[in-house]
Design a binder for this molecule. Structure first.
Ligand SMILES: *[C@@H]1O[C@H](CO)[C@@H](O)[C@H](O)[C@H]1NC(C)=O
Length: 298
């Protein structure tokens, strides 16, 4: 929320559209949507309740949907489970029970109940199948120029719920605010525990060191990445050498091109044509024919 507000927040038109969408959704579900989050360990059974079900309704028809990202699968309707849920899910009006869940089952389960007399209710369960984090990958630049900006990233894709990240330099935990720590008070950085991004701005001479990151969620043990060295240097020597080499090569090419064109008479006009007459113009040819043959020489 704070991030959205800093970016200026939604414009009035967007806000209006959100309100309209919200009103439409509320009327569709009869304002009876309940939502909850459940965490279940991987490879264990999971119960998902249908809070929308009312035993008092006559002849209720129940539908279950599974939403993950942009995909939506209707897997229970007309009193039947579809494949592949048939073999792994037990249905009752109040609950569906998975005999065992995998990480692929993480997502939103939507139960919709329609009764006779246009009653309608909907409930949602956000299922998080718990997976411990795997070893994260640290992206650390080998060298960083003092006074410029350096971005370090920590990547981990298995953890569920999504892990939070911490960074270490030479084995010392980096606090969220470097000014609070005697070890890091000469550094100027920000770190985002949710994305794993560590940004030095500006890089200082004190930032040279071996960096590694750590991913943690509420499942299993925290996982550390390999340590990678970052050298803070006054100027980017490698970059300057490369730039100079490229510049010299370009200059040499241009000089060669000019010399080549010049030596073939490209810059000489009528004078040169006059000279060439001596070597190559056959006596019986006209001046026009000669110009054609000489253009092949260039
Ligand atoms: C911080 O900078 C001061 C002054 O340059 C220096 O004396 C001190 O050792 C530095 N501290 C750390 C932890 O690097």
């Amino acid at each position: 929320m704070a991030g959205a507000a800093r970016r200026g927040g939604p414009g009035p038109r967007r806000l209006l559209r959100l309100l309209l969408l919200g009103a439409a959704a509320a009327s569709l579900a009869g304002a009876q949507v309940t939502s909850e989050t459940r965490e279940v360990p991987e490879h264990k059974p999971a119960d998902i309740p249908c809070a929308a079900f009312r035993s008092g309704w006559s002849n209720p028809r129940i539908e279950w949907k599974f939403q993950k990202g942009s995909s939506l699968v209707l897997f229970y309707y007309g009193g039947e489970l579809t494949e592949p849920y048939k073999n792994r899910v037990q249905f009752s009006p109040t609950t569906i029970r998975f005999s065992t869940v995998t990480r692929a089952d993480t997502g939103k389960y939507i139960c919709e109940v329609v009764g006779d007399g246009s009653q309608i209710a909907k409930s949602e369960v956000n299922l998080i199948v718990q997976v411990p984090p795997s070893k994260p990958l640290a992206h650390v630049p080998a060298s960083a120029t003092i006074g410029s900006k350096a971005v370090l990233r920590c990547a981990e894709t298995d953890g569920s719920p999504p892990p939070t990240f911490r960074w270490y330099r030479d084995g010392a935990l980096m606090p969220p605010d470097p000014r609070t720590s005697p070890t890091f008070r000469n550094s100027s950085y920000t770190l985002d525990p949710a994305t794993g991004e560590l940004i030095f701005e500006p890089v200082s001479a004190f930032d040279t060191g071996d960096y590694y990151c750590e991913a943690t969620n509420n499942v299993g043990a925290p996982q550390k990445s390999d340590a990678i060295r970052m050298e803070a240097s006054e100027v980017n020597v490698g970059g300057i050498v490369a730039a100079v080499v490229v510049l010299l090569m370009v200059l040499a090419l241009v000089a060669f091109g000019i010399w080549f064109a010049y030596s073939r008479g490209f810059f000489q006009r009528k004078d040169a044509a006059g000279k060439k007459v001596i070597y190559s113009q056959p006596s019986h040819r006209s001046d026009g024919e000669f110009k054609q043959t000489s253009s092949f020489l260039v």
